[in-house]
Design a protein around this ligand. Structure first.
Ligand SMILES: C[S@@+](CC[C@H](N)C(=O)[O-])C[C@H]1O[C@@H](n2cnc3c(N)ncnc32)[C@H](O)[C@@H]1O
Length: 292
């Protein structure tokens, strides 16, 4: 079995919204002379099986997939390869060898397109591509679609620094970050390190936690040392503030993706590095984010 299993309706929603950006992007920039590049940093295997609702409840903090499901859909790679007008170059990054092989088989059906599959860590490959590509003559769309906390802030910084990449990213603010920010503030060291790498700062600690006032000295042993101040909305706001600190434009109302029974999981965000392109991008993204 080569296809990839995860998600449910929210996965389809995510892919539909993201996919709907591609043709308007290549159409808008078709006659500008720029080389148009597509980059998929957590590319997957090309096709995915959508998980059942039961599996949606069970997302682990760092896992790459969820078992169970029966509904096959095209992943981001296939949607990108089918974009009309096409991109001039496609980069697919997938660190899992088996998924990369499945991807290779799919890509072979598009011999007329210029495609490169990189089997490596996206946090290494994306900053390198950002360095190598000539951004004076190129523009790109990037999809950062990790399942959990696999994205490093240094990758986001490298992308934003080019000033030329329209970036869609999936933020696991509820499915992972909120669960890592334990109520008692007693985070394992590895989680603290992961959050620092993800946010590119340790500011989250001071903002999310406050020392508890100890009113009852008798019960001092029972009172928690810190109080968690952040709710889901605060976590998402902090993520947007961080993106705003490096990108030219960040769409202010990311699409919240939920389970069928309404539990928040991820936010689909859009950030734009290009001042000149931000106005057109905003128009397209506005339409996409508001789609029913
Ligand atoms: C949610 S899936 C991507 C789904 C894909 N966008 C699609 O629509 O089919 C995340 C993928 O990222 C891969 N992955 C996880 N960590 C990675 C890393 N550090 N670098 C590259 N790929 C990674 C996993 O193997 C997995 O296939």
């Amino acid at each position: 079995m080569t296809e990839h299993r995860f998600g449910g309706d929210w996965t389809r929603d995510k892919l539909d919204r993201f996919g709907n950006y591609l043709a308007p992007f290549t159409t808008a920039l078709k006659n500008t002379g720029f080389e148009l590049i597509y980059m998929d940093a957590f590319a997957g295997s090309g096709e995915i099986t959508l998980a059942s609702d039961a599996a949606e409840q069970d997302i682990e903090l760092f896992q790459d997939e969820v078992s169970a499901g029966d509904d096959l859909t095209e992943g981001s790679v296939v949607r990108a390869l089918r974009t009309d007008p096409p991109f001039a170059r496609y980069y697919f990054i997938e660190k899992d060898r088996h998924r990369a092989s499945a991807l290779q088989r799919i890509v072979q059906s598009y011999p007329h397109l210029s495609t490169t599959i990189l089997i490596e860590d996206a946090n290494v490959a994306i900053p390198r591509l950002c360095e190598e590509i000539n951004w004076r003559t190129s523009r790109a769309v990037l999809f950062l679609d990790p399942y959990g906390m696999q994205m490093n802030w240094s990758t986001i910084e490298a992308v934003a620094k080019t000033g030329k990449i329209d970036t869609w990213l999936l933020l696991p603010y509820a499915s992972a970050i909120n669960r890592m920010l334990r109520r008692d503030g007693k985070l394992p060291e590895s989680w603290e390190a992961k959050l620092n790498t993800f946010f590119g700062t340790d500011e989250w600690k001071n903002r999310c936690y406050r020392s508890s006032p100890q009113f009852e000295l008798d019960f001092v042993d029972e009172s928690p040392e810190v109080q968690k101040m952040w709710n889901l909305e605060d976590i998402l706001s902090f993520c947007i503030v961080r993106l705003d600190s490096v990108f030219e434009y960040v769409y202010p109302e990311p699409k919240v993706l939920r389970t069928k029974d309404g539990h928040e999981l991820f936010a689909l965000c859009f950030a734009c590095g290009n001042k000149a392109g931000a106005r057109v991008a905003k128009k397209i993204v506005d339409h996409i984010m508001r789609m029913g």
